[in-house]
Each structure stands twice: as structure tokens, then as C-alpha cells.
Design a protein around this ligand. Structure first.
Ligand code: ADP
Ligand code: MG
Length: 231
């Protein structure tokens, strides 16, 4: 038991150091990004197209590091949750422009009926946005060259739970990956961070929700379960 505690302590300490390091990376990255942008414009003025292309690649790569750092911080730092009654439809409507834009870029059609009202859930709307954004992003990325993204809200009878389903028509999750998709840093993508689903799971843990996945060859459905308010 003592060894187990020591192991947990060590992991917690490593987590703290890592989170601190990630946090400290933010400022230098912002500065590098800023000066790169200046360089990009200067090269554009001068007509150095090739070099301008390099700066664009560098900016993209910096954005990737930024994403990684943000997701890592979300995972490692205990974040305070601000609970309030939330209408899930409103949360989805707010992120719809971002999803539509991403979908358009990937030739994906989005199906979501926002009209109906559902029982409210006690949650943190900012954190919920992150969960749904991550799931929709994954769905769109899974459908490499077009498909349909369907978002549904259901009231589960007899359980006081609301289910938000994010369904795609992608190739499904390969058998070998099914066990691992929620592990931090597990990714099958060339440019993936492998942190999206870990972040989702962590957030749902914090707000008393849950996440399930069902995947077949015709597509994948992630279901987010949230306890809803009853009156
Ligand atoms: P990332 O998107 O950076 O790879 P995630 O944690 O969001 O990290 O996802 C982990 C892995 O789970 C993905 O690399 C992919 O293999 C798998 N995955 C997630 N969502 C889907 C989906 N809708 N369809 C197929 N595979 C998926
Ligand atoms: Mg992802």
C-alpha cells in the first residue's frame, strides 16, 4: 500500500510539473507567433512567395503546439466547474457556426434540429461546448471525403437522463483502437494530439455525466449522458 501511495504521489507531482511547463510555454509561443506573422507580411510585401509559404507552415505548427498545450492543461489541471441550469439545445446552437464551417471544408452535411426544448441539465455550458466541439470535430475528421453528421438529443425514459448523440457516417473505429480511444495521447491521426476524447471524459466526470461509443462499419455514434433536472 505504501508503495502504491508513493507511486500516486509521484504521478501527481509529475502531472504538476508538466502542467506548469505547459503553462510556461504559452507566453514564448505567443511571442514567436506574433513575430512570425510580422515576417509573413514582410515577405508578402517583398514578393518572396516561397519563404512566405514557410512562415505559413510554421504558423500552423505553432497552432498545433498551442492546441496540444491547451488540451494538456485542461487534462492536468483541476478546473473549477461553474454549474448552472443549461439548455443543451442552446449550447449546440452556439457552436453550430464553428461546426458548419468545419463541415463545409470537409464536404460534410450537418443534421441538427435546434427547435425543440428539452429538460435543462445542471452543468457548465463552456465545458459542454468543449465536449460537443471535440466530438463533432472527430466525426468530421473521420469522414475524410464527405458524409453526414447527425446530432440528436433524446430524453431517456426512467433514468432522468438526457442523451446527446453525435453520429457520423465514417469508417468506424478499428477493433484494435476501441479500447484505447479514451487514453491520453492515443491517436490514429498524423496530426492528432490524442487528447480530445480524454478531455471529454474528464469534463463529463467533473459534471456528473458519462460518455459511450458505439461503432460499426457504417459509422460511429458517441452518446453523452447528462442527468437532467426534474420538476
Ligand atoms: P485525436 O482526434 O487528436 O486523434 P481524440 O482523443 O479526439 O484524439 O481521438 C482519439 C482517436 O479516437 C482518434 O485518433 C480516432 O482514431 C478515434 N476516433 C475518435 N472519434 C472517432 C470517430 N468519430 N470515428 C472514428 N474514429 C474516431
Ligand atoms: Mg480529436
Amino acid at each position: 500500500l505504501e508503495m502504491q501511495i508513493r507511486q500516486t504521489d509521484r504521478l501527481a507531482m509529475i502531472g504538476q510539473i508538466a502542467a506548469g511547463t505547459a503553462h510556461e510555454m504559452r507566453n514564448p509561443l505567443t511571442s514567436i507567433r506574433g513575430f512570425l506573422q510580422v515576417m509573413k507580411h514582410a515577405l508578402k510585401e517583398k514578393g518572396d512567395l516561397k519563404e512566405q509559404g514557410y512562415t505559413e507552415i510554421m504558423l500552423r505548427e505553432i497552432d498545433r503546439i498551442n492546441d496540444l498545450v491547451s488540451e494538456f492543461l485542461l487534462l492536468s489541471k483541476p478546473r473549477s466547474v461553474r454549474f448552472s441550469p443549461v439548455q443543451v439545445t442552446d449550447v449546440l446552437k452556439e457552436i453550430m457556426p464553428i461546426i458548419q464551417n468545419e463541415a463545409l471544408l470537409h464536404n460534410v452535411q450537418v443534421r441538427f434540429r435546434g427547435g425543440r426544448e428539452f429538460p435543462q441539465v445542471m452543468a457548465d455550458s463552456e465545458l459542454l461546448k468543449q465536449v460537443f466541439l471535440n466530438l463533432c470535430k472527430n466525426a468530421i475528421e473521420a469522414m475524410g471525403d464527405g458524409g453526414v453528421l447527425t446530432i440528436r438529443i433524446k430524453v431517456l425514459k426512467q433514468t432522468d437522463k438526457l442523451a446527446v448523440e453525435v453520429q457520423d457516417t465514417g469508417p468506424g473505429i478499428p477493433a484494435y483502437a476501441k479500447e484505447k480511444i479514451f487514453d491520453p495521447f492515443f491517436t490514429t491521426k498524423e496530426n492528432g494530439t490524442g487528447l480530445g476524447l480524454s478531455v471529454c471524459q474528464r469534463i463529463l466526470q467533473d459534471i456528473g455525466g458519462d460518455i459511450h461509443v458505439s461503432s460499426k462499419e457504417m459509422g460511429t455514434t458517441f452518446s453523452v449522458l447528462l442527468p437532467h433536472l426534474v420538476d
